[in-house]
Design a protein. Sequence first.
Length: 73
Amino acid sequence: MATKQAVEIKGPVYLRLGRAPVSVLARREEFKIGKAAVLSDGGDMSIIACGHMVEKALAAAEELKRRGIKARS
């Protein structure tokens, strides 16, 4: 999907092709370059992450939830 969308962009584009293995997350929204995907809702704070840090951000949001803090990530 990213490659197809990158073709449409006028100007430089960088696609990362290799990285260490990470967990596969189910997408709730269609992938769109330049648009964030909200994976968990919350109104107390937001956690923003990309790449391999998404899994850690979701784990942090779960830990905060156990402590009564609702984090969007």
